[in-house]
Ligand binder design. Structure first.
Ligand code: NAD
Length: 329
């Protein structure tokens, strides 16, 4: 099947070509798929987008006119696709339901430990010959209470790691995970989880009902000095409220792999640009904030699985088979 792979980088190309093994005709472009660039899909019955592509109503209408029938997303999340329109236009949407929950869980832990032990400061300081320890004081993770919001595949992988480190783990989810009890995870209503957690880590999908789940009111429930980690989706947090909680010193540390307005910024080199997003720039001024560019998924194992699943999705579609990755057909 002829498939246009949008927003693709060299690593996407390497992993997809290796998994494809000549089965489908893959054409790669670095261009982001948005309404104004959708014309590039002319002649492609399948398009393979990434999370920074904006597959809104306009984009979908153009794709449908050009004959695109299938969207094979290289992601688990599908909040970047206007699903009702895709459905109305008769498109099939497939995703990568699961690749490596470990990649994201381990990255959430990386943010926690780096913030706790001020690794981002130590790295720079030592290069300037400053070997003072002042300002680098951390805390033992052992015995601390971590609230995991969203106890699906990634949330549970993180819970297992944290239990191994001697943390108390609290959980919040619409559907409690049957493995949680054995792990000693205690489910609480969200507000109570926030009151009791020294660290809170978000692992929910972005949906209308989870948009700004952490708002000013809920951030205020966290104990003073708490740490917030978000490797889910940027929109789970009201960033302006987060900045307020950092300015008032209510929050002790924040680690963000995702940002609500990231579609305009992430996965590109802005070294020579003036970044006009003042909210994003304000986040970068705090010494107790680490921002990364949506890299939690970025491990060799995850890319191999994303590529293999994407190729399998294309093959299953061509051969008229359904699978677990069909969002709808
Ligand atoms: P999952 O589907 O296994 O788990 C999501 C959990 O959220 C489920 O247990 C579900 O019951 C719960 N949930 C859904 N809606 C809810 C609501 N309204 N209130 C409470 N709980 C709700 O997903 P996962 O694989 O663990 O991934 C979680 C999220 O992580 C994804 O949706 C994606 O947005 C994000 N993610 C980020 C990266 C990255 O690189 N930063 C990579 C992969 C996934």
């Amino acid at each position: 099947m002829r498939c246009l792979v949008t927003s693709s980088r060299n690593y996407d190309q390497d992993f997809l070509l290796a998994a494809n093994n000549g089965r489908h005709e893959l054409v790669f472009t670095e261009t982001t798929l948005i309404a104004n660039t959708a014309f590039m899909a002319q002649g492609f019955p399948a398009v393979c987008p990434f999370v920074d592509d904006r597959i809104d109503q306009d984009t979908l209408h153009t794709l449908a006119k050009l004959g695109t029938k299938l969207l094979v997303l290289r992601s688990t999340g599908y909040n970047h696709v206007h699903l009702p329109t895709a459905k109305q236009l008769g498109m099939t949407v497939m995703r990568v339901r699961e690749y490596s929950p470990y990649a994201v869980a381990e990255f959430a832990l990386t943010l926690m430990l780096s913030l706790n032990r001020h690794l981002h400061k130590a790295y720079n300081r030592i290069r300037e010959g400053n070997l003072l320890l002042d300002g680098l004081l951390g805390f033992d993770m052992h015995g601390k209470t971590v609230g995991i919001v969203g106890t699906g595949k990634i949330g549970m992988a993180l819970a297992r790691i944290l239990r191994g480190m001697g943390c108390h783990v609290l959980g919040y989810d619409l559907y409690p995970n049957p493995d949680a009890q054995e792990l000693g995870m205690v489910y609480l209503p969200l507000e109570e989880l926030l009151r009791q957690s020294q660290i809170v880590s978000l692992h929910l999908p972005l949906l209308p009902e989870t948009q700004h789940l952490l708002n000013a009111e809920r951030l205020a429930l966290l104990p003073k000095g708490a740490m917030v980690i978000n490797t889910g989706r940027g929109g789970l947090i009201d960033t302006v409220a987060l900045i307020g909680a950092l300015k008032s010193q209510h929050l002790g540390a924040v680690g963000l792999d995702v940002y609500e307005e990231e579609a305009e910024l992430y996965f590109r080199d802005h070294c020579d640009d003036i970044i006009c997003d003042d909210t994003f720039e304000r986040l970068l001024t705090f010494p107790n904030v680490i921002v990364t560019g949506h890299q939690a998924f970025f491990t060799r194992e995850a890319l191999q699985t994303i590529a293999a699943t994407t190729i399998q999705n294309l093959t299953d579609y061509c051969e008229g088979r359904s699978n677990d990755n069909v969002v709808f057909a």
